[in-house]
Design a protein around this ligand. Structure first.
Ligand SMILES: Cc1cc2nc3c(=O)[nH]c(=O)nc-3n(C[C@H](O)[C@H](O)[C@H](O)COP(=O)(O)OP(=O)(O)OC[C@H]3O[C@@H](n4cnc5c(N)ncnc54)[C@H](O)[C@@H]3O)c2cc1C
Length: 402
């Protein structure tokens, strides 16, 4: 998104650009292996520098180390970081999604203890929500937390697709605390130290060759009473805060993937491709989609500036952007040829990484369902689990199948 900056915004952009120009030599490469702890260490150090320069947690309140600014300034910073061709913050999940949840629902002690080290990259966080049988249907979580008479909790269960768990210090975890109420009501959010006894992290290898996400096994993990975030039984509401910030983070962060400029540059490098009507046609389609996303993004930004939350239609931006990004990366690979698939190139990373984003942060089908039901007013999907205690759902499902 290129914004028509006000004089104040232009000055803010200039200030960020000047800092990045002066410091970009110290930045680590934009891409690197998330299994290489030396690279991760360099990214943590770079995150600290960005935070100290006011280029991280732009929308967090000042009292927690943020800049107390709005989404426009966050987008401006994202654009300038991309323009400088340096990496952004390492802990996008912590700063973009989990920190804002702790700010909204955490106790003062939790905010004081966790937000500073998160912001400066000293403690990276992971999101322990998805499970083997709870992804799109997140409220079907089975990881169980039981409270003892002394107030402490014991966690048992399994999480999956946990990005960055292999180097995270803490995780924000959704668990079932009461199976005898309907599924959205018996959930609670916890802070889990990843080095606690009973936590086992096992990497999952992706098509890109990387193991960025993991399975996490929780075997009788003991937690203090004050590990709860947002109150016992309020886990669903607390999780929705994270999911809302997840969509915003993906939406704002993705704008540069497959950007028309870089795509056009890549294609311009190949004179034959530039003349090909087929390539030009595809390029035109991709650029139109990206422009539509940009103008919808302006609409979402305007709503945020007015203090409103963008409606479910904002989910379409993610669907369109990811698909346009995939088409852009694939077209570039067609044009550049096998060289584009060299493991060190950005295009190779995008080709193998972007399809996963069709699933992350809400799958394309689920987002389309939401648009169908809540924007277009189509008939809702049948929901057989309404009002039924979670502990009775399995028996009901078996009855329905029989
Ligand atoms: C790159 C990446 C990073 C991730 N990082 C994390 C993380 O850090 N922490 C975390 O907790 N999770 C993470 N996830 C997990 C992600 O949230 C889930 O993969 C996602 O919610 C989908 O759940 P699932 O994989 O169980 O698929 P399922 O829910 O089993 O869905 C399988 C398929 O069925 C379709 N489907 C399901 N229900 C319906 C329906 N009602 N109508 C139509 N179609 C339907 C889905 O769209 C999908 O195509 C990550 C995923 C990816 C890809």
């Amino acid at each position: 998104m290129d914004l028509n900056d006000t004089p104040e915004q232009a000055a803010y952009r200039e200030q960020g650009r000047a800092w990045l120009e002066a410091n970009k030599e110290q930045a680590p490469p934009r891409t690197g292996s998330y299994e290489d702890m030396e690279y991760i260490g360099a990214r943590r150090a770079w995150q600290r520098q960005l935070a100290e320069a006011g280029l991280a947690a732009v929308t967090w309140p000042r009292e927690y180390g943020g800049q107390g600014l709005g989404p426009i300034e966050q987008v401006t910073v994202n654009q300038e970081i991309s323009r400088a061709e340096v990496p952004g913050i390492l802990d996008v999940i912590g700063i973009g999604m989990l920190g804002p949840c702790i700010i909204a629902h955490g106790s003062e002690e939790q905010k004081g203890r966790y937000l500073g080290p998160m912001l400066h990259g000293d403690e990276v966080w992971c999101q322990l929500f998805s499970e083997p049988a709870a992804g799109s249907d997140l409220a079907a979580i089975q990881t169980r937390a039981r409270q003892a008479d002394d107030g402490t909790w014991t966690l048992s269960g399994q999480k999956v697709w946990t990005t960055n768990a292999h180097f995270a210090s803490f995780g924000l975890l959704l668990a079932r605390t009461d199976p005898d109420v309907p599924k959205h009501r018996g959930l609670t959010m916890f802070i889990v130290p990843m080095d606690a006894s009973g936590v086992t992290v096992r990497g999952l290898r992706q098509i890109s060759g990387e193991a960025e996400f993991n399975e996490v096994f929780l075997d009788e993990v003991s937690l203090a009473e004050d590990a709860v975030v947002g109150g016992v039984g309020n886990g669903w509401g607390t999780a929705l805060t994270v999911l809302m910030f997840e969509r915003l983070t993906i939406g704002f962060g993705l704008e540069n993937y497959g950007s028309p400029t870089r795509l056009a540059e890549a294609l311009a490098a190949d004179p034959t491709a530039r003349k090909s009507p087929e390539v030009r046609q595809q390029l035109g389609e991709i650029i139109s989609e990206l422009l539509a996303v940009r103008f919808n993004g302006y609409r979402a930004l305007t709503m945020l500036l007015k203090g409103q939350i963008p409606g479910p239609e904002a989910g379409l931006a993610k669907v369109t952007l990811v698909n346009a990004g995939i088409a852009a990366a694939e077209l570039s690979v067609d044009v550049i040829g096998p060289d584009a698939l060299e493991s060190s190139t950005e295009w190779s990373y995008l080709v193998s990484f972007l399809p996963g984003l069709k699933i992350a942060g809400g799958t394309e089908q689920i987002l389309r369902n939401t648009i169908g039901e809540r924007v277009l007013g189509l008939p809702p999907e049948p929901r057989l689990d309404k009002g039924i205690p979670f502990s009775e759902l399995r028996a009901k499902e078996r009855e329905t199948v029989a």
